[in-house]
Design a protein around this ligand. Structure first.
Ligand code: PSU
Ligand code: MN
Length: 305
């Protein structure tokens, strides 16, 4: 079902740490060439922490965990790549297509490969106006059913964060702020939302991941890791720009899967690139923490089969 790169296959066979990485952030979340540079830097950050990176994507009808440098380059340059979530993954594979995996689809692939930890930028969530649009990311349901620990800088601040956290609570997903009491808000290190759970070291995250398996609980954990202070954009600076981006999306009738990429791109333009620089910093920070969690997981007894 899934083609593992040689380093990923060797690490998994030996019980050494592996970190899954998504590809929608490459194809739909960042412009060329920063998307490729970031993907490469994120892989290097995982390696520097002693883990093996497994970037996940569908290439010509094959699901891959661990891309060659050439495949990563091709994916980053490609235009009109499909954005694959839970609903689209099997269809793309059946048709022999190529596509980038969202948080939801990356979790599914990671689980298939036997990878327990995944780093991204920010998860999808409940969009503002969801009470009329019903736009709620499939990422939330995936966290409730697929046992992968996801390290993200919270949910993107373009979303309705209060509703996003409520839905995760309803679904029984542990939302863990890393090293602080308040939840981060993607480009901003903090927010007015208190975290339901707080952890201060990777080992506790790893132990809780194993404990969920021991209890037979489906689903993963969300580790909300704040952006480094020197890279953050204050929420007050972003708030009016987010309103502008949302109004632009509404005026143009942007809907469904196009909403998140459109808003990220508009904010990039409205902030003259500041959101992109922050996005890169927070992804790198998440990759480092995910690698440390994967290292601590590999030191614990493996999940019972
Ligand atoms: N994180 C980023 N940039 C992104 C995304 C996450 O820093 O582009 C992607 C992820 O793949 C996430 C998706 O799963 O946005 C959410 O899309 P939607 O809201 O349509 O579910
Ligand atoms: Mn959506």
């Amino acid at each position: 079902m899934i083609s593992l790169s040689d380093p990923v296959a060797a690490a998994l066979a030996a019980g050494r740490p592996v970190v899954a990485l998504e590809s929608t952030i490459i194809t739909h979340g960042m412009p060329w060439p920063e998307n490729l540079e970031t993907a490469q830097a994120v892989e290097a950050a995982v390696e520097a922490e002693g883990a093996v990176p497994a970037t996940i994507a569908v290439l010509a009808g094959r699901l891959h965990a661990g891309l060659s440098p050439g495949d990563l380059d091709t994916l980053a340059r490609a235009k009109d790549v499909a954005k694959l979530s839970r609903a689209d993954l099997a269809v793309c594979l059946a048709r022999g297509g190529t596509g980038a995996t969202t948080v939801a689809a990356t979790m599914i692939a990671a689980r298939h490969a036997g990878i327990e930890v995944f780093a991204t930028g920010g998860i999808g969530g409940v969009h503002r106006g969801a009470e009329t649009s019903f736009d709620i990311s499939a990422d939330l349901r995936e966290l409730a059913q697929t046992p992968v620990t996801v390290v993200a800088a919270g949910a993107k601040a373009i979303l309705d964060l209060a509703k996003t956290w409520e839905v995760l609570e309803t679904l029984g997903v542990p939302v863990i702020a890393y090293g602080q009491d308040m939840l981060p808000a993607f480009w901003s290190a903090t927010s007015p939302h208190p975290a339901p759970l707080r952890m201060d070291d990777p080992r506790t995250v790893a132990q809780a991941h194993r404990m969920r398996a021991a209890l037979g609980l489906p689903g993963g954990q969300l580790v909300a890791n704040p952006i480094p202070a020197e890279a953050e954009i204050p929420a007050e600076t972003l708030a009016p720009l987010i309103e502008t981006a949302l109004a632009d999306a509404a005026a143009r009738g942007i809907a469904a899967k196009a909403v998140t990429p459109f808003l990220l791109d508009r904010l990039f333009a409205l902030t003259e690139g500041r959101t992109l620089a922050a996005n890169i910093a927070l992804v790198l920070n998440n990759a480092r923490l995910a690698a440390r969690i994967a290292r601590d997981l590999s030191a614990l007894p493996p999940e019972p089969a």
